[in-house]
Structures are given as structure tokens and as C-alpha cells.
Ligand binder design. Structure first.
Ligand code: SGN
Ligand code: CA
Length: 524
């Protein structure tokens, strides 16, 4: 292990935190201190509305709440590009998409020769591991151990790529990923600190719950979001022309599961059947009986218009939330393992997602837009001896890499664009903390038809520019209009705000050297 000289350790972490850190971090031998382990938990598409530590309206997540209660909850946490592959690339490099070059899911392959934080942690003496969803197309690099789901992965009896070997596992993917994580922890080289990236597939589309949770919300009626029937008045064509609505895009088979076994067997090429056939017979039986109720309700209901949207929204919520119950249980299991093995107080635990998600807001599912529900991502951190409570500063997923490096006592390379969150975790209030965030989404034309856009958000306003085949600007006052229904762009009374936000946007595009943004501005 590369030990951290005491002098550097003090200067890196600050006196207040060090006192408590020293009391709980075991000492290997005199003068040599163990570095914090890092357990980085990332789900796929888990939005903060569906975590009881962020939002009490929908469901209970007691194990996630425990991380929040023992640590911090970031209340203004965002991604740089709200889509899986790009978001993961930003997170692992500490850089925006324009710098790491992984712009979208459909055309990019991550250049794995580039600098990433796991590689830098390895150099600092860490043992690194990755378990679960990866989605960067090239094979993982910078990990001593990795076991990944190919592509999006399956919910039932999932295939895995284990350090290059193809295998098929039995069981439900959320449980299996946790088994593998615990297995890794059990057999790791215990003489070194570790960084384990534990990436759940759930709650990604098409939201298939664990066998034990099938139908658990069938009698629950969830409150509808205020914007479920949004008509996009006053906003540009991007919001109107998307293809991610509960009304039109959610499919009866793949998403809503409105097919009986007999119907699936008549067309075995159906995508729902392809995942259904992976289940063991007893799970298929349970599935059939649980979804029979939904199918008969749909067929006898003859619903239309808003009633049909409301009904679909309830089914969507029931499945999405049931997949999270298994995530929460498994995080409880992982925390339990760390606690039982005396590692909890040597370990920083991070809980986040690769982006937020729409759960009916604006009538949508999916993400991609710079609107709040998808731009935001949950972020909890439990640092032993660190601050507890809420952290309100603007943070972004490019900040994780420098945070982990600083915590490990490793140098933060100058080309990393994020900022270490360690001062915030120590309870400091840095005076020069950033006051705005940059965002850039590129995947268009593509599934869900969300136009390319970039934008800037400060603690009150958000400016977005949709470009490529359109040229539409939107401006929102998040304080007066938290649901982003009232586009203020072009309104004379907002001239000064528009100018200030445009200047801020161009400043960030220069700072991050975003060529698409800069090129567009030149011809603007
Ligand atoms: C799949 C889903 C999309 C989703 C993308 C990206 N379609 O293609 O709804 O937006 O993944 O998600 S599905 O028909 O296959 O379910 S991401 O989280 O990996 O970026
Ligand atoms: Ca995702």
C-alpha cells in the first residue's frame, strides 16, 4: 500500500475532520495509515423523487435513508449529460462529454486508454473493482477485478462478462450483482484499500420487479405529478416533438406487460417474451397471475384520453417502484456486510444514479432533457467522521473523480474539470464554490427524439439552447416556476437575466472548451 505521509494527510483533509478520521481509521504500523475504502453505488435511472430521504410522496427506502441519516444528502446534485454511457464517462473521467469524447449511447465507444479515476487510484495503491452495469462499450480498464452485464443487461437469469469470460447466472439481477459484490469483498486482497464500483441495472426500463416483489404495489394508487397533462404551451418544439410520453411512447407489451402467456407464445419473437422466457417456471406462474389482474382491468376498462394516461401512469409507477424495493434491500445487505466485517467506518459510501428520470412529470418517462427531473441525480455520501445533514451547493457528477482522488491522497490532475467535494463533506463553505453548472446532451436523432441541447443553470435560473435541426432558447425562473412551465426567453422584462445567463453559458463553454457550443455561438 502507498501510505500517505502524515503531513500531506493533514493538509489534504483539514484539522477538524482529521481528528475524527484518526480515531476510526485503523493503523497498519506506526506512521502508516490506511486510506479510506470507497464503495461507489450507482443505480440506473433512479430519480430522487423515488427515495424517501428526498421525497416523502411515493415510497419508503429505509436503507438509502440510513446512508443519508449517517452522512450527507446533496440537495443540488446534477449530471453533465443525462444519458447512461455519457454520464458514466463524465463520472469516471471527471470531465464533460466534450473532453472525454463519449457523447452518446448510440455512436460512441469509450476510449479506455484515457485517464480515469480508478486508474489513478490504482497508482495510489488501491485495489479497484467494478460489478454490474458498465455501458461504455469498450472493455473496462483500470480495474483489478471486473464483472459486467453486457449492454443493458437482463433482469432475470442475467448474462455476465466476468473479466472476459461469458457466463449466465441464476436469479434476479439486483440480488446477483450484490452477491458478486460481497463475494469480491470477501476474497479481495485485504492488505490494500479498495474502491468498488457497484452498479445496479435497476430501475432501468422495462422495470421488471424481483419475483418476491411482483404485484406488491397493485393496490396502491400514487399521487399524480402536477404536470402529468402538460400541453407544452409556451415552450419550443423540443418539448412537443419528443417521443417519451406515457400517452404515446409507453408500449402495451414491453412497458405495460399487457400480454398473457398464451399471447406471448403465439409470437415468441416478441421482446417481452424474450425476457419472460429467462424466468424459471414458478416465477413465470407468479408473473402470469400478477399481470392477469392488470390485463383484465385494461381490457374491460375501455379507457380513453386522460383516464388512460392516468391508468398507464399507475402501472408504470407500480413496476418502477417495485424494482427499487429490491435495490434498497440489497443496499441494506451490502451495508450489513461492511458493518459486520468492521469496514463501515473505514469506508466512504456514495449513493447516486447515472441520471434522474421523469415519473410522469410533463407526461413523460425517460430522461435526456436538461429539465430538473432528469438533470438532477440523487447523491448521498457517508464519510465516517464527516459532516451530517444537507449540502446545498451546486455539484455535478464530474466532481466525484477529484473527490475520490483527494480522499485517497492522490494528486488531482490539472485536466480534471470537476471540483473535489471534500471541503463540503468536511462542513466547510468554500467562498469561491461554483455558482453555475454546464450541461450538454447530444443523442439526436435517436430513440425518444430529444433534440440536442446545451445550457447553464445557476441557483435560480436556467437557460437552454436546443440546436442542430432547430434553434430554440428557453429560460426558466426555478424559484417562481419550479416545474419549468413558463418559458421566459424573449420576454422584455427578462432582458438582463437573459444576457447574464448567456454570458455565463459562453464563459462555461470556453472554460470547458466545448467545441460544439463554441462553434454554434460563432455562427449564432
Ligand atoms: C434503452 C431504452 C430507452 C432508454 C435507453 C437509454 N429502450 O434503449 O428507453 O432511453 O435504453 O437508457 S428499451 O426499449 O430498450 O427499453 S440509458 O439509461 O442506458 O441511457
Ligand atoms: Ca441510465
Amino acid at each position: 500500500m502507498n501510505s500517505l505521509p502524515t503531513k500531506i494527510f493533514y493538509s489534504l483533509t483539514g484539522a477538524t475532520l482529521v481528528a475524527s478520521m484518526l480515531s476510526c481509521v485503523s493503523q497498519k504500523k506506526s506512521g502508516e495509515r490506511k486510506q479510506y475504502n470507497i464503495v461507489y453505488i450507482m443505480t440506473d435511472d433512479h430519480t430522487a423523487q423515488m427515495m424517501s430521504c428526498y421525497d416523502r410522496r411515493y415510497m419508503e427506502t429505509p436503507n438509502l435513508d440510513r446512508i443519508a441519516a449517517d452522512g450527507v444528502r446533496f440537495t443540488n446534485s446534477f449530471v453533465a449529460n443525462s444519458l447512461s454511457g455519457p454520464s458514466r464517462a463524465c463520472m469516471i473521467t471527471g470531465k464533460h462529454s466534450c473532453a472525454n469524447k463519449f457523447y452518446d449511447n448510440s455512436t460512441c465507444v469509450f476510449d479506455s486508454s484515457q485517464q480515469t479515476f480508478p486508474k489513478l487510484l490504482q497508482r495510489a495503491g488501491y485495489q479497484t473493482a467494478l460489478v454490474g452495469k458498465w455501458h461504455l462499450e469498450s472493455m473496462p480498464s483500470g480495474f483489478d477485478y471486473w464483472e459486467i452485464l453486457p449492454g443493458q443487461g437482463d433482469y432475470y437469469n442475467p448474462d455476465f462478462n466476468e473479466n472476459g469470460k461469458q457466463i449466465v447466472e441464476q436469479g434476479y439481477t439486483t440480488d446477483v450483482i450484490t452477491d458478486k459484490a460481497i463475494e469480491y469483498l470477501e476474497h479481495r486482497d485485504k492488505s490494500k484499500p479498495f474502491c468498488m464500483m457497484y452498479h445496479q441495472k435497476a430501475p432501468h426500463r422495462n422495470w421488471m420487479p424481483a419475483p418476491r416483489h411482483l404485484g406488491m404495489f397493485n393496490n396502491t394508487v400514487f399521487p399524480e405529478p402536477a404536470t402529468l397533462f402538460d400541453t407544452y404551451e409556451g415552450r419550443g418544439s423540443a418539448a412537443i416533438e419528443q417521443d417519451m410520453s406515457i400517452e404515446h411512447t409507453l408500449t402495451n407489451d414491453w412497458d405495460l406487460k399487457l400480454l398473457t402467456r398464451e399471447e406471448m407464445l403465439k409470437d415468441t419473437t416478441n421482446r417481452l417474451y424474450q425476457v419472460y422466457k429467462r424466468m424459471p417456471a414458478d416465477v413465470q406462474d407468479k408473473w402470469d397471475s400478477v399481470y392477469a389482474q392488470r390485463i383484465s382491468e385494461y381490457r374491460s376498462g375501455n379507457l380513453r384520453g386522460k383516464e388512460l394516461i392516468s391508468w398507464k401512469y399507475q402501472q408504470y409507477m407500480r413496476d418502477y417502484l417495485a424494482t427499487i424495493v429490491a435495490v434498497d434491500e440489497n443496499i441494506g445487505r451490502l451495508l450489513g456486510y461492511l458493518e459486520k466485517n468492521g469496514e463501515l467506518d473505514n469506508t466512504i459510501i456514495i449513493y447516486t444514479s447515472d441520471q434522474g428520470f421523469f415519473l410522469g412529470e410533463h407526461g413523460w418517462f425517460d430522461k435526456r432533457f436538461m429539465y430538473e427531473e432528469s438533470f438532477r441525480t440523487p447523491l448521498l455520501m457517508r464519510l465516517p467522521g464527516g459532516k451530517k445533514g444537507d449540502i446545498p451547493q451546486l455539484v455535478q457528477n464530474i466532481d466525484y473523480a477529484p473527490t475520490f482522488l483527494e480522499l485517497a491522497g492522490a494528486p488531482i490532475p490539472a485536466d480534471i474539470q470537476g471540483e473535489s467535494l471534500l471541503p463540503l463533506l468536511k462542513g466547510e463553505r468554500p467562498e469561491n464554490w461554483r455558482n453555475s453548472l454546464y450541461y450538454h446532451y447530444y443523442e439526436y436523432p435517436a430513440e425518444h427524439s430529444v433534440k440536442r441541447h446545451y445550457g447553464v443553470r445557476d441557483d435560480r435560473y436556467k437557460l437552454i439552447h436546443f440546436y442542430n435541426d432547430i434553434d430554440v432558447w428557453e429560460l426558466y425562473d426555478l424559484q417562481e416556476d419550479p416545474h419549468e412551465m413558463n418559458n421566459l426567453y424573449g420576454k422584455p422584462s427578462y432582458e438582463a437575466v437573459m444576457k447574464r445567463m448567456r454570458d455565463e453559458l459562453y464563459k462555461l463553454q470556453k472554460q470547458y472548451d466545448d467545441p460544439v457550443g463554441i462553434r454554434f455561438n460563432v455562427s449564432d
